[in-house]
Design a protein around this ligand. Structure first.
Ligand code: NDP
Length: 543
């Protein structure tokens, strides 16, 4: 079925019920309609998933990985169609739909298809002195069951595809709730994996709004993987806590870029412009605050303004900056810029909405003379705005960067990478980039996630894959002849042994264990041999 047919089929189903109209934010044109799934429909989807996941979980990782590779092949075959759909529904330029949504997801599908088996293999677990008592431990990674994935609109393809792929390859069923602004892209994801061979019921896409997302959170799924704003994330965490459903939260950011005096100015300026304006600034890891050493600030700003002036905004395959995804988001940007100007900021570029038909465009904006009293330096702007502030010392730069409730990513620009690494340890964020910005979500091998209000848990990389499984400790005792010396009954000899264990077992030294031998021997002698007990038990049964 083509993307157009997916939209058409969705429109037909939506005719008699509450529905969402998907529009192109560049033109306001209607792209399709989808139903708002009700609470009982979400519940029905969860029940279907429950019926389907065990057969999926029973398949080998290698078998499930082959499905990921087929999905990758199918997406590649339809690269331009998919990019067009993503671009139209989210407002981003066609080039960004390929570069920032499709390329990372194709790489991720390839990576997890080829490495999931190794990453999920049972692992022997060293258990120290317990090994001498004939015990051995392993960690096995078991699928969780059904995972609810709730996604935002800003990367409507790459974010859910990455999470869906890791959940599926680990043996889970998935229910995906895409953003109400990008439901057709969500349906296209479901369609892709179904075509690739994911069995009926194992991946279901429920379209809808916040009520659908809220219903999924309390539906009894095994885990929720939520990506979105701090405000909604808090509501999700509260609702999930009431059901004791674990959650991964990938939330907002106010990411700082620190440009030290020895940075390559040309690269730093170009990076600041791309990091702040790519995806019209609507990336959780966008450069939202830039701190520049005062000795280079003037030249840095000159280059930033020069680079910004070259950018084109609007429709068409060749543009650099597309539309904002919604009027609501555009209003937030306007409010932040207005507040900054009222408090003394200077506009060096942009600073206003661009009127172009029904399109939601905002000019790439550079602000100087900003400080931390302004909304634009404290709250997530999520738009094409680059506020630049100066600092005198590195300590001051670190303090400013850490002065935020968010902690997603930060970048440090310096020609001394070792110095950059040292400063990284002082930044309270999930990712620090040295001489890079924004893009590491695209690295399938690397974990993604924040600290503080930017979220809990990780996606991507091995740490992200492990969020999709329950680690199971399998412990075996091969010496079944003797009872454990810490079992009943607690005689004086037992207490004597326990004292010695406290001193000589817990210090980790092998030599110390020699001191245990006499009291262990006495203890075992006083405990009835297990064999006798077994015999006694079988006698009783015979009676
Ligand atoms: P929202 O928080 O508004 O929505 C995210 C998702 O949650 C949507 O699917 C939304 O549905 C759904 N939702 C809304 N209300 C509820 C509810 N009560 N219970 C469950 N689900 C609900 O975020 P946006 O879509 O506006 O995305 C932008 C935000 O996402 C930014 O803050 C950005 O920083 C963050 N983000 C974080 C990333 C990260 O990796 N850390 C990556 C990308 C974005 P609906 O759309 O229908 O309202």
């Amino acid at each position: 079925m083509s993307e157009a047919r997916v939209a058409e089929a969705a429109s037909e189903r939506a005719s008699s019920r509450r529905e969402i109209i998907s529009r192109d934010p560049k033109t306001g044109e209607e792209l399709g309609r989808v139903p708002v799934a009700t609470e009982s429909e979400v519940q029905h989807a969860v029940e279907r998933a429950r019926g389907a996941w065990q057969a999926w979980a029973a398949r080998s990782v290698a078998d499930r990985a082959r499905v990921l590779l087929r999905a990758r092949r199918l997406a590649l075959d339809r690269l331009d169609d998919l990019a067009r759909l993503i671009a139209r529904e989210s407002g981003k330029p066609f080039s960004e739909a390929i570069a920032m949504d499709l390329v990372p997801s194709l790489d991720l599908l390839n990576y997890f298809a080829r490495h999931a088996e190794r990453l999920l293999r049972d692992e022997p677990l060293p258990i120290g002195h317990y090994t001498l008592l004939g015990r051995a431990s392993r960690i096995a990674y078991r699928p969780l069951g059904t995972i609810g994935i709730i996604s935002p609109w800003n990367f409507p393809w790459s974010i859910p595809v990455g999470q869906v792929a890791t959940a599926l390859v680990a043996g889970n069923a998935v229910i995906l709730k895409p953003s109400e602004l990008t439901p057709l892209t969500g349906l296209a994801i479901g369609h892709l994996f179904t075509q690739a061979g994911v069995p009926d019921g194992v991946l279901q896409v429920v379209t809808g709004d916040g009520t659908t997302g809220a219903a999924l959170v309390t539906s009894g799924v095994a885990k929720i993987v939520f990506t979105g704003s701090v405000e909604t994330g808090r509501r999700v965490a509260e609702a999930a806590a009431r059901c004791l459903t674990p959650v991964v939260l990938e939330l907002g950011g106010k990411d700082a870029m620190i440009v030290l005096a020895d940075a390559d100015l040309d690269k730093a300026a170009a990076a600041a412009v791309w990091g702040a304006f790519a995806n019209a600034g609507q990336a959780c890891a966008s450069v939202e605050r830039c701190y520049v050493h005062e000795s280079i600030a003037e030249e840095f700003l000159r280059r930033v303004v020069e680079e910004t002036a070259k950018l084109s905004v609007g429709e068409g395959d060749g543009v650099d900056i597309g539309a904002m995804a919604s009027e609501k988001q555009l209003t937030v940007v306007e409010e932040h810029v207005r507040d900054a100007l009222a408090r003394g900021a200077h506009v060096l570029a942009g600073g206003q909405r661009i009127a172009r038909g029904a399109g939601l465009f905002y000019a790439p904006t550079v602000l100087a003379n900003v400080d931390h009293s302004m909304l634009v330096m404290r709250e997530e702007t999520f738009g094409p705005v680059l506020p630049v502030m100066t600092f005198r010392t590195e300590a001051e730069a670190i303090e400013l960067a850490n002065d935020s409730m968010y902690g997603l990513t930060a970048s440090i620009w310096t020609s001394d990478v070792r110095r950059g690494r040292a400063l990284a340890s002082e930044l309270r964020v999930g990712t620090v980039m040295i001489n890079e910005v924004l893009y590491t979500h695209a690295i399938a091998q690397a974990p993604w996630g924040g600290v503080r209000c930017s979220g809990w848990g990780r996606t991507h990389g091995r740490l992200g894959l492990l969020e999709m499984v329950a680690p199971q400790h399998v412990h075996a005792n091969r010496l079944t002849l003797l009872r454990d010396p810490w079992w009943y009954s607690y005689t004086p000899r037992a207490r004597e042994l326990f004292r010695r264990l406290a001193h000589h077992f817990t210090d980790g030294s092998l030599i110390g264990l020699v001191w245990l031998v006499p009291s262990l021997a006495k203890r075992w002698r006083e405990m009835r041999p297990l064999r006798k007990v077994r015999k006694g038990t079988s006698n009783r049964r015979e009676r």
